[in-house]
Design a binder for this molecule. Structure first.
Ligand code: GAR
Length: 195
């Protein structure tokens, strides 16, 4: 709920959990006035799930099954979000496309981070795509999620230059640094009405 003292957030992850780590840390230090109520993953083997457990954050894993429609796969996640009284859903490397029904249910309360300057390079391989395209710079975008993929009102962006000798790994490292700086700061502004 916008404006509440310490909104309760659910962080959704599929992989490493680097952004998740920074958000949990920022909540604990008080730089981000919010409470990480739960970490949710579609991937039981995501290293981020292990990290969340060691940080003593409640975790919930909802395995996506190919034979089920997307809405069914999401319904367990939606139930947990409602039951835990979550104010904001924070996507941090959650590599599933959310259905229009899910977006409608939590409209305006889902935030995503993407490793490119949207609308350039949407999709799952944004860093590689920017490098392959021979771009001079790329960056990071934080946006509210709508029904389209990597799309919706942009609330923050930061440029990251692409250097002549960059590999996918070296560029990813600088993009992740920018993400870890920008995400907690932007969430603080968003939750406390400074945006
Ligand atoms: C981040 O770079 C995030 O921007 C990206 O996945 C990575 C997750 O890293 N998300 C997307 O590409 C969404 N389209 P993390 O698990 O270490 O936070």
């Amino acid at each position: 709920m916008r404006g509440s003292d310490r909104p309760r957030i659910a962080i959704l992850i599929s992989g490493t959990g680097g952004n998740m780590d920074e958000i949990i840390r920022s909540c604990r230090s008080g730089q981000l006035e919010a409470e990480t109520a739960i970490v949710i993953s579609d991937n039981p083997d995501a290293p981020g799930v292990k990290k969340a457990r060691s940080a003593r954050i409640e975790t919930f894993v909802s395995r996506y099954r190919k034979e089920r429609p997307r809405e069914e796969n999401e319904s367990e996640i939606a139930d947990v979000i409602v039951k835990r009284g979550i104010d904001w859903i924070v996507l941090a490397g959650f590599m599933r496309v959310l259905s229009p029904g899910f977006v409608k249910m939590f409209r305006g309360r889902i935030v995503n981070i993407h490793p490119a300057l949207l609308p350039s390079f949407p999709g799952a391989h944004a860093i590689r795509d920017a490098l392959k395209a021979g771009a001079d710079f790329t960056g990071v975008t934080i946006h509210i999620v709508d029904e389209l993929v990597d799309h919706g009102p942009i609330i923050a962006q930061e440029e990251v230059p692409i250097l002549p000798n960059d590999t996918e790994e070296s560029l990813a490292e600088r993009i992740h640094e920018a993400e870890h700086r920008l995400y907690p700061r932007t969430l603080q502004q968003l939750f406390h009405d400074d945006i």
